[in-house]
Ligand binder design. Sequence first.
Ligand SMILES: [Zn+2]
Length: 327
Amino acid sequence: MENSFEQKLRPRRMRINENVRAMVRETNISVKDFVYPIFVVPGENIKEEIPSMPGCYHLSVDKAVELAREISALGIPSVEVFGLPEYKDAIGSSAWDMTSPVQRAIQAIKAKVPELVIVGDVCLCQYTDHGHCGELCGHYVDNDATLKHLQKVAVSQAEAGADMIAPSDMMDGRVAAIRQALDDKGFINTSIMSYAVKYASGYYGPFRDAADSAPQFGDRRAYQMDPANSREAMKEVELDLAEGADIIMVKPALAYLDVVRQVRDSINRPVAVYNVSGEYAMVKAAAANGWIDEKRIVLETLTSMKRAGADIIITYHAIDAAKWLRG
Ligand SMILES: [Zn+2]
């Protein structure tokens, strides 16, 4: 039979069946790409679901260790530890208190599940009584005063056993300050995963319930980035690399995949994305209503992050995705 028109190029040949598709697949996600964020709280034997983040829990240290074991058994290489402290004050001093849930959880997980790479989130908003990410001067977050506190938080987490320090505060110069503080204390092998490109985003809503970290006044636009800017993202990346960041993060992920690609194409360091609470909550809510196929949407979304250039994906979907990928 003769074609009525020339059809030499038929891309559908490469989609003919699953084995062919697998052979030419350009992007594969793996359980090894994931970091699972956990929220630790004071107390014992606590595992309470976070209402706006179904499937995620507030965990006491003992329960966090249990979950860490499960995470590691699934092949997920890393957890990032967030916490709710026992007390809050103007400068967030519970953030570097070695008896706080975060430091105790890091210690306990490192002792019981030593292979897990522990990332410590460094910020003050969960620990200040005003909910901002640093020390205030009037209504302004005082950059340089805050750096001194961040250094203490980073060192306390490294002392507890964190392998990686992840500053999320968006103060200028924090990476250099933290690098110096870590090196001064001998933590030369503790790496820094910088939230270099962190936008002032509406997608953080559910996290603020989870971490009880909503600001008491104003918002974070005077330190987090304007969602409209991508050239500025490259400036932040350049500064953090010069200051000694080992890994560069873009946060949130989904609404900023163009920025992820731009960063990936411009640097030779690993790139991480944070698939944030709002992105997670939207998927969970739609899935609970039967409006979407959760597994399919999650794997497609995580693939899009990898395709955009992310090496590391911090995601609340990690446990489910690990099970799905295992088949
Ligand atoms: Zn913060």
